[in-house]
Design a protein around this ligand. Sequence first.
Ligand SMILES: NC(=O)c1ccc[n+]([C@@H]2O[C@H](COP(=O)([O-])OP(=O)(O)OC[C@H]3O[C@@H](n4cnc5c(N)ncnc54)[C@H](OP(=O)(O)O)[C@@H]3O)[C@@H](O)[C@H]2O)c1
Length: 320
Amino acid sequence: MNPTILLVGKNGQVGYELHGVLSGLGKVEAPDRQQLDLLNPDSIRRVVRKIRPQLIINAAAYTAVDSAEADEAHARAINVDAPGLLAEEAKRVGAGLVHYSTDYVFDGLKGEPYDEADPASPLNVYGRTKLAGEEAVRKSGALYLILRTSWIYARRRRNFLLTVLRLATEREELKIVCDQIGSPTYASDIATATNRILAGIYERRRDMSVFARVVGTYHMTAAGQTTWYHFAKTILEQASAATLQIEWVAATTKGRPLITQRVLPITSDEYRSPARRPTYSVLSNSRLARTFGFALPAWDIQLQQCFAPDGIEVARQRHV
Ligand SMILES: NC(=O)c1ccc[n+]([C@@H]2O[C@H](COP(=O)([O-])OP(=O)(O)OC[C@H]3O[C@@H](n4cnc5c(N)ncnc54)[C@H](OP(=O)(O)O)[C@@H]3O)[C@@H](O)[C@H]2O)c1
């Protein structure tokens, strides 16, 4: 079956990459925010009922972790009420729903990779709203995949990678938090992995029976783990003179050289931010590997791919 796909959030880090890869799977309808505003329930109903997709992918969210602390109602409307309504509408039209969630549903105290059955206990408003959004999707009765991912970066929008590159043109010394451990994940790999799962579901049968068999929550992150400090150092190591010529890097650095000489580790206490973050939020991807037969590449390999010129494929190791 070639599903009609409703993609929500086409301009986000993951949404943009999805838009690029999903066209091989089916017909993609990707409304902008004027057409489908998650703060406007009527616009959600109107678009879903008009398009009548077989698949809805919600890549939109309120993702500003620190701002959410003082903006809970807004975050809740986008991260809880809207996914709940998208799920209800998916059920109504018989569509499957893919919804993304976060490692920040966990408190970070486990000390080893979290699996999907571990109890969630978010430390901040963003994590609480994302967890409540998951629950709204689960209780809707729709066929769903909740894909929890982490520390997303891309060649565009706002993220840690682009911030480090920009700061490296301005400061000789960077101070980066060294006591939070997670798995930086490239938006492009999330899109590719999502597409691979969906191709397996939709290409085999004309009905939703394959989707029904895999309904559930899955962790989908880069393999391996690191700290923000080590991630920053690796970004600067990988950003060589050659990569500075690449269009997206040159746009970020405005063509200026990187002048950072030292990256210093600091603690979360030394870098005060409005939202508390888990100290350890690595997610075990073994359920994804067991169910779908693949795993995402390691975080540093993903970063190499992000820096590679378009069309160049770096050796992608498998971590099953
Ligand atoms: N970023 C991370 O590090 C991270 C980590 C773990 C999990 N996640 C989850 O992964 C998913 C994708 O994240 P991302 O980083 O790709 O997100 P992102 O880049 O912040 O993009 C969010 C998207 O949501 C859209 N959006 C926000 N409010 C909207 C509204 N009222 N109506 C319609 N669209 C709206 C934005 O539209 P505009 O383009 O118009 O602003 C944008 O396209 C989200 O579920 C997020 O919670 C993210």
